[in-house]
Design a protein around this ligand. Structure first.
Ligand SMILES: [Zn+2]
Length: 471
């Protein structure tokens, strides 16, 4: 799970979730399904996680050799399960990214609002650009998409021009502590989403305040930018994907994604490993375990199921964004994403979470109700966490939701004591509980895959409007 999302401007009123009525027991899984669920084992999860979160993988930073070794291991486990390789290179979806390193000198950013001038230093900004930029006194135009908590500032180079072409995008970050680390970009995605225009993500608190307080449209602010050409270095990273092909001749053309991110934070400045066992080694080994269980079924579930682990979630959902820009299966035929995160630790800050699981955006779609039914059959209470909606945009499910796909992150504990710390080690995981929760998830996947109706958004919920639009 990512630390803080950029651009959280609007604090939405808490949507108090009401648990749906007790799950009807109309669905009764075949004995073969229960045998498959029984194959999900605490020992197997422990074995896999002791590798994924091992110190030798050095925290699985994006990119790093440790990340690549983890990808190889996941691919080997998908192969062992008998999933179909559906990447461009076996189970790998190869992403050719660019690492952008801004020039060391010559950067300048000045903002002017009335008589006030603000200078933003190089350290207070992340530059996403493949080309140089020179602007002098360009007016700032603020786009505030209704219902969207993200705001963007577009800088115009032709004031008053009707068919304006923005010269650049300014974005506001609200995580002041983040460092201006060089980040990876997918050049195709930058073109698709931003027309290849330079983007500057501003962290300077004064500048962020100024932009946030500016009214939408013409802000009266002007900006001058000197941005020398950055250097771009090619970097290869991988998503790992395997397919369990559906058994129904019609429904197999629809896809349910079961996802997790296999990257983590790498090493601390002092060289200590961030093992990321719960975040998100636990989701990664759960995806493997569920894949191995469901692949045992003589007759596969009706819809196709894609098991996939992503790079770069901790850097801003890079792997899932790469996937949606280069999908292996049509997004229009992708009916749900079940993203697994932090399913291993039961020592939640909210108290012990034994035989419990929750999902973000509980009331956003019909998925939660299905998982509650699966929980009733496997002894797991699937409940609405009062803060669950706040975590909706903090993992890869958000990427799919933005494309209109009902997508949730399933977790046992949103907050746990070693979050993003060196103490997130595999020895602290509750493997028995994780196996139980994984059985619930596996059964939920079967139910979703076999249901005549695909999952759908709860359109009456005002918070899903922006996602329904993506469809
Ligand atoms: Zn995280």
């Amino acid at each position: 799970m990512e630390k803080v999302r950029r651009l959280t401007i609007v604090v939405l009123p808490l949507f108090l979730a009401l648990a749906p009525a007790a799950a009807p027991q109309s669905f009764s899984p075949a004995p073969e399904v229960y045998r498959a669920l029984a194959s999900i084992s605490a020992d197997s999860l422990r074995g896999n996680l002791s590798f994924i979160a091992a110190d030798l993988l050095e925290g699985r930073d994006t990119p790093s050799r440790g990340l690549d070794i983890a990808a190889l291991y996941i691919a080997a486990q998908f192969r062992r399960a008998g999933l179909e390789p559906v990447g461009d290179d076996g189970y790998f979806q190869t992403a050719k990214m660019l690492r952008i390193v801004p020039a060391a000198d010559g950067f300048e950013l000045r903002m002017q609002s009335g008589s006030r001038t603000l200078t933003v230093s190089r350290e207070e900004i992340t530059v996403v650009s493949l080309r140089p930029l020179e602007l002098s006194g360009a007016p700032v135009y603020k786009i505030a998409d209704s219902g969207d908590v993200r705001g963007k500032v577009v800088v115009l180079d032709h004031p008053g021009s009707a068919a304006f072409q923005p010269a650049a995008f300014l974005e506001m970050a609200d995580d002041y502590s983040a460092q201006g680390v060089p980040r990876l970009i997918d050049a195709d995605e930058e073109w698709a989403r931003f027309g290849g225009l330079p983007r500057l993500i501003v962290r300077d608190p004064e500048a962020v305040k100024l932009l946030k307080e500016a009214k939408a449209g013409e802000t009266g602010i002007t900006v001058s930018i000197q941005l020398p050409a950055p250097t771009a270095t090619p970097v290869t990273v991988r998503n790992v994907a395997g397919l369990l092909r559906g058994s129904d001749s019609a429904l197999r053309e629809q896809y349910i994604l079961v996802t997790a991110h296999y990257d983590h934070l790498g090493l601390s400045g002092g060289g200590a490993v961030f093992p990321g066992a719960n975040d998100d080694g636990s989701g990664t080994v759960s995806a493997i375990e569920i894949a191995q269980a469901l692949a045992r079924l003589r007759v596969h579930p009706k819809r196709s199921i894609v098991f996939m682990t992503f790079f770069g979630e901790e850097e801003g959902d890079l792997g899932s964004r790469y996937y949606t820009c280069h999908p292996l299966f049509p997004l229009s035929k992708t009916v749900a994403d079940l993203n697994l995160e932090q399913v291993g630790r039961t020592d939640s800050r909210a108290g012990p979470e034994i035989s419990n699981a929750t999902l973000t955006g509980f009331q956003y779609s019909t998925v939660a109700h299905t998982l509650q039914q699966a929980g009733a059959l496997t002894g797991v209470k699937v409940y609405a966490d009062p803060n669950g909606d706040d975590f909706f945009d903090r993992s890869d499910n958000q990427t799919f939701a933005e494309h209109g796909i009902p997508a949730h992150t399933i977790a046992v504990a949103f907050e746990f004591p070693d979050y993003h710390a060196t103490g997130d080690v595999w020895q602290k995981i509750d493997y028995g509980n994780m196996a139980k929760v994984d059985r619930m998830i596996a059964l939920g996947i079967v139910m979703l895959a076999d249901s005549p109706d695909a999952p759908r958004w709860n359109r009456e919920n005002p918070k899903v409007g922006r996602y329904v639009k993506g469809r």
